[in-house]
Design a protein around this ligand. Sequence first.
Ligand code: HEC
Length: 147
Amino acid sequence: MKLTILFFLLLFTGVSTYTSAQKSPKKSNVTVKPKSTTANAGNGKALYAQYCLSCHMVDGYGVQNLNPPLIKTTYVLGDKVRLTKILLNGFSERVEIEGEMYNNVMPSFNYLSNQQIADVLTYVRSNFGNKASAVTVAEVTKIRAGK
Ligand code: HEC
């Protein structure tokens, strides 16, 4: 019986020190960053250099008739679902983009995380003369899940 009481006492003190430790950062002036749900276009720049630049070139100019530009195209500025699916599934259709025909293969980037896809697409949509809204991690997560 005594042991049970002791056990609960220990448990209680354990829990209360734990919860007060959790609360303590509030006392300082440090703002605790919530787990990032918004895209980060700074990472996007590095991701673009690593995964996209080789084909779409610096500033998204592309290579005529081979790799289309990423400057103000309907794909980049338009529907985020269609755009995200290009990265998740790859793209190899005969398409006309900015008055040029393209019939080449873009591989899938489905091995990138939802955060990385959101970051790189947000970067593309807000650079190279593009001015479109960010793509969020939540949106990519939904699209990948097929919802
Ligand atoms: C191996 C070369 C290659 C790489 C790497 C590549 N793409 Fe592409 N991309 C293409 C090709 C080729 C097409 C057009 C496909 C076709 O001809 O059907 C395309 C099409 C696109 C389109 C739609 C058309 C347009 O120009 O608006 C977007 C958007 C796009 N790519 C974004 C990206 C992003 C973002 C990355 C990096 C994560 C990337 N691509 C990496 C080759 C590439």
